[in-house]
Ligand binder design. Structure first.
Ligand code: TXA
Ligand code: MG
Length: 338
């Protein structure tokens, strides 16, 4: 695996073009986006796309997002782009919003897992943007982690999961947002948020009016990849939703596991750290700063694994703004909800 270090603010085109050539040749390139690192291949080359599934150990029934660098390309990928989708593209692209649309004939079945829809997004990260631009083809890219693991927010996370399995890794530093894009199904009304992410539900409601939102407990899995048990660290994660009893119950559970000789880690807000003296504590950010909580989420989960933690006791945060995306990931990662 070749690692190309590229400054995200001033991306060196020479290195971007090397990576873009590799995409054109059907190879796999991991690259930073503004959300998380993606594992990219030429979206119109089915053989190249099949390598993504193999490298990640991802089941073939979990479709990929197609990334573009020119808004007009959406009309090649879908012949049925509703006016509201065009409106969202105007407001939120480039950026962390993925639109699910009826797919056109050029999208290989392996990209969409045989569905008649395709998920499309235009990333704003300058490395991602230029990589796609110079590849001269749409780029299919899931998050660049092993299937089921927390998404990667820096190059080291990609190395930890995929070293030896991919051709190029572009190291562009830490990703800005830290959780994945919001996925919205635009194929029928009311439009439905399949995955909360970098664009908040409120922002989408302001733009579209009423929309529906998939929750972790919905029985209908509209987005096949949104499995209930996902984003998991190797340690067992127990999530305690926000309540008056949250701290008391977290402490009780932590003590119980400590008594059993387990290595316990506490994941909480910076305000609540003082409540857990004597334990290994990691703060994801202030409860007033949900952006920072999102930015730190996956790297904190991964660092518990590096330290061989057995049990993570996690405190839930508010579900406004980016908090909903954070809580969605934690609910999916938790083996028991309290
Ligand atoms: O921020 C992101 O979205 C990152 C960066 C790399 O762009 N990508 C990402 O991809 O998170 P992935 O594969 O980890 O998640 C894509 C999600 C999955 O839950 C998948 O099921 C859903 O999008 N998806 C893809 N195509 C779909 C489709 N046609 N219909 C419904 N859901 C779809
Ligand atoms: Mg993923």
């Amino acid at each position: 695996m070749r690692v190309l270090k590229i400054n995200c603010r001033r991306p060196a085109l020479k290195n971007i073009k090397i990576a873009a050539q590799s995409i054109r040749k059907g190879k796999l390139v991991a690259f930073p986006t503004e959300t998380v690192y993606g594992l990219g291949a030429d979206a119109l080359n089915a053989a190249a796309v099949s390598k993504i599934f193999k490298a990640k150990g991802r089941p073939l029934n979990d479709p990929l997002i197609v990334h573009i660098a020119d808004k007009e390309d959406i009309f090649r990928l879908s012949k049925d782009v509703p006016g509201e989708a065009a409106e969202l593209m105007k407001i939120f692209w480039p950026g962390p919003l993925t639109l699910v649309l009826k797919k056109s004939g050029i999208v290989p079945d392996i990209v969409s897992s045989g569905l008649d829809t395709v998920a499309v997004r235009m990333p704003s990260n300058p490395i991602a943007f230029n990589l796609i631009k110079y590849a001269l083809t749409p780029v299919a890219a899931p998050s660049a982690n092993l299937f089921g693991r927390p998404s990667p927010t820096c190059a080291q996370h990609v190395i930890d999961d995929l070293e030896g399995k991919i051709d190029i890794l572009i190291d562009g530093g830490k990703t800005d947002i830290g959780v994945e894009s919001t996925v919205i199904d635009m194929t029928h009304k009311p439009f439905r948020v399949l995955r909360p992410g970098g664009i908040s539900v409120k922002e989408l409601k302001d733009a579209l009016g009423e929309i529906e939102i998939n929750s972790v407990n919905d029985n209908i899995i509209c987005s096949p990849g949104m499995l209930k048990h996902h984003y998991s660290p190797q340690a067992r994660l127990l999530l305690f939703e926000r309540s008056g009893e949250q701290i008391k119950e977290m402490r009780k559970m932590a003590l119980e596991f400590k008594k059993q000789g387990k290595k316990v880690g506490i994941m909480t807000t910076s305000e609540n750290q003082k409540e857990f003296r004597g334990f290994k504590i990691k703060a994801i950010g202030s409860e007033d700063d949900l952006k920072t909580c999102a930015f730190n989420l996956f790297s904190v989960l991964r660092s518990f694994d590096t330290e061989k933690t057995d049990i993570i006791i996690a405190g839930g945060i508010e579900t406004t703004g980016l908090g909903l995306a954070v809580m969605d990931r934690l609910r999916r990662a938790s083996s028991k909800r309290c």
